[in-house]
Design a protein around this ligand. Sequence first.
Ligand code: 9Z3
Length: 369
Amino acid sequence: MDEPPTEPPTFSAESYFATQPPPSTLDTDVHGVREFLARQRKQGRKVVLVTSGGTTVPLELNVVRFLDNFSAGTRGATSAEYFLKAGYAVIFMHRQFSLQPFSRHYSHSTNPFLDFLEIDSPPPPTSDAPYPYTHDPAPPAPLQPQITVTPTERIALASVLRAYKAVHEHGTLHTLTFVTVNDYLWLLRAVSQEMSVLKRNAMYYLAAAVSDFFLPRQKMSEHKIQSGKGSLHIEMDQVPKVLKPMVAEWTRDGYIVSFKLETDQTLLIPKARQALERYGHQVVIGNDLHHRKHRVVLVSPAPGSSFAKHRAGKPNNTHADGIIPTDYIESWIEIDPSPPPSAPPKEIEEDIIDELLKRHQAWVDSGAE
Ligand code: 9Z3
């Protein structure tokens, strides 16, 4: 008798969290998020979770090698600034060492901060000065060098610095870090569950580049994989599609925006629609790798489609009845890819966030009694 065909092993979200260990910092992180949310709720602020940067997939327990996902963290860090500017509180969950709001303007590789500083050295000691040429027991305090910002950079730096200081003063930015896809998944679930108390006042903006495949702990070699046996074969498991439980279980009425990254432009809209059908959230932002800084498309269920009616009426039950969107709207957002040098600097995230703020407000209003 023929053996029945075996299904490829895939993890559900449930079996994933039952078998993969949480990061050691999870409890402390959750505690910090809870305190942050309590403060923001008192002040009546909307809160957005921004995820940013790429996740790694370690190949060994004592990790020497890992796979990485492409993302500098520009989208997330830039978007976080525009949310803060609009009065949102931001939980910025990012890949360790990827770009962060405000400091991103002075990244060490593209805009080295030290290049904008000038130093006026104090005069060298004169020949009759006792120190450091004698053993004077009380040397004079060293003269402080004067450091200034290059005049042409002052206006730009002052504006970043003002925004940065205001955010710190108001306590509206809370930062969390992840490295591996496992850290990311555990944190995403925990933070989403904490944020669910905000109901419609919560937005989730999932810009992190998340690995599709991973190596379960049980299959990982403890020590560095040895070379010498020729080619290396690794079978990876599929990362569970956590957007599904995120929409249906972890968040309550939250406004969820996910990103879809493709290198073939023609796949953007079909893939975005497929994600909306599968997961039942509000918006997928499609971007292609090479044009992502000046062109994106926002895909969402059309108002009046069966899915949209369903979400408005029974927001937590999207697919339980098999109701899926029947119609979609696509809104392209574009900025000039090569503006004249005289044009004021423009970032596409400003327009993306502007549009999402309106849509989120409409979502909040549509849930009001
Ligand atoms: C994105 O598509 C982001 O916009 C980018 C930003 C990673 C392209 P940078 O940080 O790049 O500015 O350099 N993020 C989501 C990518 C992703 O993993 N999406 C999954 C997919 O495409 C779905 S959640 O399947």
